[in-house]
Design a protein around this ligand. Structure first.
Ligand code: F0G
Length: 449
């Protein structure tokens, strides 16, 4: 079926390889249960000959699809007609060279770049994926949707759902979500269900709920969502004058981003739009380090698609036996059973990737540095800088290599972590407020100018 269509869905399991058209909404292969990819018949698409041609669309900002930092690249995510495309101006993000943060991680000036995905409409990178997934939802006529979330997915789903008239229910682990994100889900009108459990419990429940009630699932199991997230990489390349960096660094939670980034680079290379693929470092928090443990200690590999399932099964059986629940102050990535694990292993293979885990203390210190010298970010995003610092100390990344860190979420997403860090002098860079009497002279004495 795939050969006649521009885009089609294909099972990532090489022994199965089943193909389906894009007119169906599925979050796993109905034949074998594995993850699905969106594939394109590139010879049927007029892809621009050079990546720089996409930049010309900035000039046409009165066209809603050119205004979107996702749909500007529409030939590279060509699965639905324009009339279905849902957009609220997502993806207008920037890549900032930041020498002060570079100094913190012992890199040379000019080498470190921060990709601010917090500038999206709901304040996180998720909007790149939701614009694509909701476009597909409209294409297949979905009227009701759902997701499990550590917070940002729910905020983004709630915003996109009401902007295109689709109902949504979001599942969150009780007490496991930062306040900024919870406030968004409620304010944007999502039916919000707090489950007495963690994200992994919510993820299991939402799949069954969607199957039973026929709801459209918006987690990154949804292969259309990942198509939108590929554009984060296009914009990084754009920010570097259409050149690829040496390294991409990304936080690892449910592993949708890393999976999408690997796919983006492999397609760009296949199309001749880039000459080389950058390396990728995926950073977990030590309290939620399934990927790190599986890759670095259990030696789990993509292995040309022949993944050793027993390693994964044994690992998850042990988590269950120990009643393990992940814990990190970076609540966005507090996940121990990442649903995109296999696609992520493929991305590691494509990008010669590596994986590390960083402790919470390093995450909050890095966050304070990004706040003080950049536009700020939420804790999970700061794992990238903490990870880079570690990789510099190990000398795996050179001081003069060109690195782009994806700062996935806005600083206001999690005000509690920020206020506690500064107010209670928890870290090396705490910036405590100073109490002052209501008296001019006393106030003036306190001011360091
Ligand atoms: N950074 C932030 C700010 C996130 O919200 C997430 C994931 C990640 C990183 C990890 O990305 O899953 O692609 O590896 N948040 C999801 C949510 C799980 O429900 O909002 P990933």
């Amino acid at each position: 079926m795939g050969m006649t269509e521009i885009a089609f869905q294909k099972c990532i399991n090489l022994d199965c390889g089943a193909e389906f058209d894009c007119g169906q909404a599925m979050f796993k292969c109905p034949q074998c249960g594995e993850l699905l990819d969106i594939r394109y018949n590139w010879d049927k698409i007029k892809v621009p000959g050079k990546l720089s041609e996409f930049a010309k669309r900035w000039a046409g900002r009165d066209n809603r699809l050119d205004l979107s930092g996702v749909w500007r690249f529409r030939e590279l995510i060509s699965f639905c007609e324009d009339k279905y495309k849902v957009s609220i101006g997502e993806g207008q993000t920037i890549l900032q060279q930041n020498d002060a943060v570079a100094e913190y991680v012992d890199m040379q000036p000019g080498s470190l770049h921060l990709q601010y995905e917090g500038l999206n409409p709901s304040g996180s990178f998720k909007d790149n994926g939701m614009t694509a997934a909701f476009s597909h939802a409209k294409m297949v006529g979905a009227t009701s949707s759902a997701c499990a979330s550590t917070g940002n997915t729910s905020a983004s789903v709630a915003l996109y759902a009401h902007s295109c008239g689709v109902k949504c229910t979001v599942f969150i682990g009780s007490g496991r979500i930062a306040f900024g994100k919870l406030s968004q889900a409620m304010d944007y009108g999502a039916q919000t269900i707090q489950i007495l459990g963690d994200f992994d419990d919510c993820m299991r429940q939402v799949q069954d709920v969607c199957t039973k009630l026929g709801l459209y699932l918006l987690n990154s199991l949804n292969p259309f969502r990942l198509e939108g997230q590929k554009t984060i990489m296009y914009r990084i390349i754009e920010g570097l004058g259409w050149d690829v960096p040496d390294w991409i660094i990304v936080p690892g939670g449910n592993l949708g981003n890393s999976s999408a980034f690997g796919k983006a680079f492999s397609e760009l290379k296949q199309l001749g739009l880039i000459k080389r693929i950058p390396r990728m470092a995926i950073i977990n928090a030590t309290g939620a380090d399934t990927l790190t443990d599986l890759v670095n200690n259990k030696k789990l590999l993509w292995n040309d698609g022949k993944i050793d399932q027993k390693i994964i099964d044994d690992y998850y059986a042990d988590l269950t036996a120990r009643n393990f629940s992940p814990h990190t102050c970076a609540s966005a990535i507090e996940i121990s059973r990442p649903v995109n694990l296999k696609k992520c292993l493929r991305a590691i293979d494509i990008c010669n990737g590596i994986v590390r885990a960083v402790p919470d203390e390093e995450i909050v210190d890095a966050k304070a540095i990004i706040g003080k010298h950049g536009l700020g970010c939420e804790p999970a995003s700061a794992a990238t800088i903490a990870g880079l610092k570690q990789l510099r100390a190990e000398n795996i990344i050179g001081a003069d290599e060109r690195v782009a860190c994806v700062l996935t979420g806005h600083p206001l997403k999690d005000p509690n972590v920020t206020v506690n860090y500064h107010k209670e002098k928890q870290g090396r860079f705490s910036n405590m407020p100073i109490e002052a009497p209501n008296d001019l002279d006393a106030i003036i004495k306190l001011i360091k100018s």
